[in-house]
Ligand binder design. Structure first.
Ligand code: UD1
Length: 443
């Protein structure tokens, strides 16, 4: 018997998705404390959001475990799927989704604008119902972030797609989407996932070439396989999918969040101390861990945990980093590493190759005393002796957390405004850090 609520919609008010009213929107940090203790790592947001969309591919229930259910992005996806007609129940880190009674094939602007991950309903809706209308997405303001690769791929599978009034109107050909050989001109996480899901119910074989290889995509694929999908090549740049008539329900445990793990590893690198990250996988962070070791931080895997130590008396060494699709250095850790390098010895160069506008944390870090100069896609970070607490503004998800990390080591008090962004992607961040000795509170 699975440990899930017996009915799809729980009558227990404690498990309902309550709107967040009067929530605190600032964080105050008094810097200077080492981090020591244990941090439980949550399930990966960027896998969980996509698996929720995978539930649209079947009329049976999908049961997900290790879900980061307190995140705002999960709330947004829940709101969207509920709008479409899904029945969703949650309890602690469990979620059950049933898409038997879908009554609306439109993903409206009011919900989609909150989060780019909602574009991932397009492929599943089109594959199972033959049509979908999805607003062009919003999300973090880290560049123009087009969806042309998603659209072009679905067109290659026979879909007729028009853009009108800010919406993508998609229709499958008679008989449903057709398998196709699609080679992406650019590596895209979202486009790979959308087409992977769509292809599971298409007629014939789909081959995705130059596919993204992120662990979250592999995990999504493994969830789809449990639902009955026929997929080969997960984790490589060529994924083959043999479409079948219908998928079934399944039970899947979401993999640990490598970006949350990397964020706290960088936090300890900055403050000094020793922290055990529970349920974390080093193999998903190889590029980042290699670089972190070069700065002078000690990291080891211990069973399901990662332990990180740093002697605060020794200064970190500067390093150069360049973001790249997986297995390269993740763009989602660029801002956190930059915050760390503000205090490292010498000059470091940070080059962003994935998104064109992902240096919004730079002016805020400079307000805290950092010495960073941006030149095109690169930033030169000259290490300073100390950062100073200041009032700063969260601009996007990862930029916000970079400011939290900077606040943990800055002299005096840092106040971060608009923590809305932070709550999209970090479960209980203040509590997790406070449990390791940080002085941090929401207000
Ligand atoms: C996902 C992650 C995000 C991460 C990013 C790159 C989620 C919810 N978000 O975003 O946290 O930073 O991967 O690892 O999983 N592009 C196009 N056309 C398209 C699609 C993408 O030109 O149709 C471009 C983007 O603008 C960007 C690059 O391709 O420059 C990579 O984007 P992509 O991998 O698609 O990122 P997301 O899936 O949006």
């Amino acid at each position: 018997m699975l440990p899930y609520p017996s009915s799809e919609i729980s009558s227990d008010p404690a498990v309902k998705q309550e709107p967040r009213t009067h929530a605190p929107d600032k964080i105050r940090i008094v810097g200077g404390q080492e981090l020591n203790g244990v941090i439980p790592i949550s399930g990966a947001k960027n896998a969980a959001l996509k698996m929720m969309c995978a539930a649209l591919l079947t009329d049976q229930s999908l049961h997900l475990e290790n879900m980061p259910n307190t995140l705002r992005d999960i709330d947004s996806q829940t709101e969207l799927l509920t709008h479409l007609g899904c029945m969703i129940s949650t309890e602690r880190d469990l979620m059950a989704i049933n898409a038997k009674n879908i009554h609306d094939l439109t993903a409206p602007y009011e919900i989609v604008r909150k989060m780019r991950g909602s574009i991932l309903v397009l492929g599943p809706l089109l594959a199972r119902f033959g049509e979908a209308k999805v607003s062009l997405p919003g999300g973090c303001a880290i560049g123009t972030r087009p969806v042309d690769l998603h659209i072009k791929g679905l067109e290659e599978m026979g879909a007729d797609i028009t853009l009108e009034g800010g919406y993508i109107n998609a229709k499958a050909p008679a008989g449903g989407l057709r398998g196709a050989k699609i080679t992406f001109p650019k590596v895209s996480v979202g486009a790979t996932e959308n087409l992977l899901m769509a292809a599971t119910l298409a007629r014939g074989e789909t081959v995705l070439g130059n596919a993204a290889r992120e662990p979250e995509i592999k995990d999504l694929g493994e969830c789809l396989v449990k639902m009955g999908a026929k997929i080969d090549g997960l984790g490589t740049d060529t994924i083959r999918i043999e479409g079948i008539g219908a998928l079934s329900g399944a039970h899947h445990k979401v993999l640990p969040d490598r970006i949350e793990t990397g964020t706290y590893l960088v936090g300890v690198a900055m403050t000094g101390g020793s922290v055990r990250m529970q349920n974390a996988r080093m193999e998903h962070l190889s590029a980042a861990m290699g670089l972190l070791s070069q700065t002078g931080v000690e990291i080891e895997q211990d069973g399901e945990d990662i332990i990180v130590h740093r002697n605060a008396a020794r200064r970190l060494k500067g390093i150069d980093i360049m973001t790249d699709p997986y297995p390269g250095f993740p763009t989602d850790l660029q801002a956190q590493f930059m915050a760390m390098l503000t205090l490292a010895d010498g000059a470091s160069m940070v080059t962003e190759t994935i998104f064109e506008n992902r240096f919004m944390h730079v002016p805020e870090l400079n307000r805290m005393g950092a010495d960073i100069t941006v030149q095109g896609h690169s930033a030169i970070v000259r290490g300073v002796k100390t950062l100073k607490g200041a009032e700063v503004m969260a601009t996007d998800l990862r930029a916000s957390v970079a400011l939290v990390l900077a606040g943990l080591v800055a002299e005096g008090e840092t106040v971060i405004n608009r923590i809305y962004h932070l709550e999209r992607g970090y479960e209980n961040i203040a509590e997790k850090l406070r449990n390791c000795g940080a002085q941090i509170e929401k207000f």
